[in-house]
Design a protein around this ligand. Structure first.
Ligand code: SF4
Length: 154
């Protein structure tokens, strides 16, 4: 049933590492492996914000990443759903005393948080699956509005 729901609409996830140790990113990559197979839900992981429905952000937001993260958020089309993954993204974690300006929710709005250092792939997958129906609903609304706009101008 859940697979049917997700197959109706694909969800594009853009992963952004804002200066973490890559541990969280490895767990995200594990979501693509046959054990978790995130693509069975129609969820595609890449690094293109212009095509993303969901931004998955890892890392503590180091100083060079502050403006870059804002730019990526601006480039992301609506519904602009953000999932912060890992202790660093949530509270700067082990990088708290370093040159960081995070956590992520200080820089951009965050819709879901996945704690852990690093979180398990199942927890990351669970967070994306919980947030995805909202992303799909918003996306459908936007597409409908666009279609209606096109009709009214014809
Ligand atoms: S939460 Fe842990 S695994 Fe993830 S980036 Fe930070 S230190 Fe690395």
């Amino acid at each position: 049933m859940i697979k049917e729901f997700f197959r109706k609409r694909d969800i594009n996830v853009c992963v952004v590492n804002t200066g973490g140790c890559n541990g969280c990113d490895i767990e995200i990559v594990s979501c693509l492996a046959p054990r978790y197979d995130i693509e069975q839900y129609g969820i595609h992981v890449h690094n293109n914000p212009r095509e993303a429905d969901v931004l998955v952000v890892t890392g503590p937001v180091t100083l060079p990443w502050k403006n870059r993260l804002k730019e990526i958020y601006e480039k992301t089309p609506e519904p602009k759903i953000v999932v912060a993954v890992g202790a660093c993204a949530l509270s700067c974690g082990i990088f708290k005393e370093g040159h960081v300006c995070g956590p992520v929710d200080k820089i951009i709005p965050v819709d879901a948080k996945v704690p852990g250092c690093p979180p398990r792939p199942a927890e990351i997958l669970d967070a994306i699956l919980k947030i995805a129906p909202d992303a799909i609903a918003s996306k459908e609304k936007i597409l409908k509005k666009r279609k209606e706009g096109v009709k009214s101008t014809v």
